[in-house]
Design a protein around this ligand. Sequence first.
Ligand code: DX5
Ligand code: ZN
Length: 220
Amino acid sequence: PAQPLVLPSILAADFTTLGEDVADVLDKGADGIHVDIMDGHFVPNLSIGVPIMASLRKRFPDAYFDVHLMVTNPELFVQPFADAGADHITFHIEATAGRKENHEFDLIKQIKATGCTAGISFNPPTTAASVQHLVGHVEMFLAMSVHPGFGGQKFIPEVLDKIRELSPKLPDTARFEIDGGVGPVNAGDVAAAGVDMIVAGSAVFGAPDRAAAIAAIKAG
Ligand code: DX5
Ligand code: ZN
C-alpha cells in the first residue's frame, strides 16, 4: 500500500514562531497541518482558535489544513473555521451524546455545506461500532490513540484493534487517521493496522531532524 500521509500537529510547535515552524515542516515533507482546537470543556485544556487558522491560511494559501475540533458544541465552530480557511473539519462522536437524535448527520451536512470535507473522531474508550453508521457519510475516521487534551502522551496500543475492525469497511474515498503518541517507533504498526493518515506532534516538532522524522514515520 501507499505510504501514509503525515500531518504534524501544531500543538507541539513554538507558537512564537508558528509561521516558521509550519513552513519548516511543509518544506520537510509534511502533507498538511493538523490544527487542534480545544475548548476547556470537552477536554480539560485550551489551545488555539479561529484567528490562528485565518493567519495560517493567509500565509500558506496552498497548504492542507486538517482541523480537529475537541469541543462540546462543534456546530458553533464549523462555519468560522471553514471561513478561516480549513480544508477539513473533524468533530467527536462523544460530543453528540445527549444531543438531539442524528446530531452527527446534521453536523456532517453543515461541514459539507461549507465546502470542507468531514471527519468523525472517537476516543480510546469509544468502540468502532459507535461510528460505523457513518461509513459512507464522512471522508475521514480519526481514531484517538491518547485521551485527547494534551500532546506528548503515550500511545494506547489497544486502538489498533479498532482500526483493524473498521478500516476494511471504509470506501476507497475515505481516509483513516490516527492521532496521539505516534512517531517513528510505532508508525509501521499503525499503517499495518489500516491507517493512511498519521498525526504527529511531538515526534515531528520535537525531533532534531524533522525531515528524517517525517520520512521515518512515512516509511513505517
Ligand atoms: C491530542 C491532540 C493531538 C496531539 C498529538 O489531544 O488531538 O493532535 O497534539 O500530539 P502527540 O503526537 O505529541 O501525541
Ligand atoms: Zn488532534
